[in-house]
Design a protein around this ligand. Structure first.
Ligand SMILES: [Zn+2]
Length: 469
């Protein structure tokens, strides 16, 4: 599994090596299922990205880290991954506020005396920096919603022509009742939704749970576009369908997001995409669980929606946060506390110390222990079970009887490389411009090292990903 690399050549993992079958929890099936890609050796993966009107919080970052571990694991298992992550810069009204005409992006812009575009550019840059600090691999494409209005309009026109959408007032709605599969992801079926219909729902809607594909612009609205239905702006769900289909095709392998995206966002994406294409939209729906802070839901009002900058201002390394999040499987609720983060920071230092000690006593280069790396791979193959993978490493580090220092070093370096260097991890940053994912070493999967293992890391200047100009 672990191989020596030619300097400058990505770690070439042999997919034919005896790896365990990769299994992952698919929300659509409510079960851990084998992963099979549509096309052999290739994976098309879409992640719902940030809404760029504020800093992302550490709960958002946990979800983006999940997608990063998933992508790196797929690479390790021999897949060539194409990853697209959108930037929501339209300032859609939040779904629950649609009928009240509130829009956070515009409200924030007004508050800060800036245009919506300036706000979006500022927070996009902040988001890229957060991902860089956490060694999250940049997506191959970061499409911006405002660059895809024409694609959204084209889908809405098609949905209207097929009878799945209707115009009412200045708005266009998706007709949920015309899509029998509505609710297949979340389990929210229409009959139940109708029974629970709220008072004060939009009187234009045929069904209370129909959702807006297009909204007429109110007078004075800054962000709006001409359309067949007049000046307006898109609904939230349609942006992801349009960008995913444009950049990855009509049928994706994987769609990721947080559990709070399952309904209504992903349910809406499925309905409008499948009504439009007649095909399954995504085979695997993978969702990261909520992060609590001190046992509470994160909220601006509670003051516990911490950002990465908040964490760093208290003296913690971003890599300690990455390690902390690796200790709880993505599918479980995790409770963030600063004492847990402090423990993760100490663990990071211990890991570095143990590796330094092995380095000091290792003479000639050692030979990786395949059984250990196999255990590591088995844990990853079991629904990205990083909490089970980490102790595999600890055992090798702690147990002096586990082999010679050189062999142990050669075994743990793959999973330790970046933690050993994390004080300089800025210099180890990847390479935004790669359009193909190399096969990642275990170190990359765990800690975000992206360079070949078992050789000195070389510093590659980070170039700007597409779509971030
Ligand atoms: Zn989305």
């Amino acid at each position: 599994m672990a191989q020596r690399e030619t300097p400058g050549v990505p770690d070439s993992h042999d997919p034919s090596a005896a790896l365990p079958p990769l299994r992952i929890f698919n929300t659509m099936h409510h079960a851990v299922v084998p992963f099979v890609s549509l096309e052999p050796g290739r994976v098309r993966m879409y992640s719902c990205g940030p809404t760029v009107y504020r800093y992302v919080h550490i709960g958002n970052l946990r979800t983006f880290l999940m997608a990063d571990w998933l992508r790196r694991t797929l690479g390790f298992f021999g897949y060539d991954v194409t990853h697209v992550k959108n930037l929501t810069d339209v300032g859609h009204m939040r779904v629950e506020l649609l009928d009240r005409g509130e829009d956070k992006l515009i409200a924030q812009a007004r508050q800060e005396g800036k245009t919506s575009a300036e706000i979006a550019a500022f927070y996009s840059a902040a988001f890229f920096e957060d991902e860089r600090q956490l060694n999250i691999l940049p997506a191959h494409v970061f499409p911006r919603a405002t660059d895809h209005i024409a694609e959204m309009i084209a889908i809405i026109v098609d949905l209207e022509a097929r009878g799945h959408a209707y115009r009412a007032g200045d708005n266009v709605y998706f007709d949920v009742a015309r899509f029998p599969d509505y609710g297949k992801l979340s389990g929210n079926r229409i009959a139940g939704l109708l029974a629970g219909a709220r008072d004060g729902a939009d009187p234009h809607k045929r069904n209370p749970e129909d959702f807006a594909l297009w909204k007429g612009a109110e007078p004075g609205r800054e962000l709006s576009w001409p359309s067949p239905w007049g000046q307006g702006f898109p609904g939230w769900h349609i942006e992801c369908s349009a960008m995913a289909i444009k950049h990855l095709g009509r049928h994706l392998d994987i769609h990721t997001g947080g559990v709070d995206n399952i309904f209504p966002h992903h349910e809406g994406e499925i309905a409008q995409s499948e009504a439009h294409t007649g095909e399954v939209f995504a085979n695997y729906w993978i969702h990261g669980q909520h992060l609590l802070v001190d046992g509470l839901k994160m909220a601006k009002s509670t003051g516990n929606a911490y950002t990465l900058a908040d964490i760093m201002a208290r003296g913690f390394e971003p890599m300690a946060l990455r390690l902390l999040f690796a200790m709880v499987q993505y599918r479980r609720r995790s409770n963030f506390t600063f004492s847990a983060l402090a423990a993760a920071q100490r663990a990071l230092q211990r890991l570095r110390g143990r590796v330094a000690a092995l380095r000091a006593s290792a003479g000639e280069p050692g030979v990786p222990q395949p059984a250990v790396l196999q255990q590591f791979a088995q844990a990853l193959a079991d629904d990205l079970n990083l909490p089970r993978a980490l102790p595999v490493v600890w055992r090798v580090l702690r147990d002096d009887a586990a082999g010679s220092a050189a062999d142990r070093l050669a075994t743990v370096l793959p999973v330790m490389r970046c933690s050993a260097c994390s004080s300089t991890h800025r210099r180890l940053q990847p390479h935004a411009s790669r359009h193909r994912s190399p096969a990642w070493s275990p170190s990359a999967i765990w800690h975000g090292a992206s360079r070949p293992m078992l050789q000195p890391m070389r510093c590659a200047p980070a170039s700007r990903p597409r779509g971030t100009a």
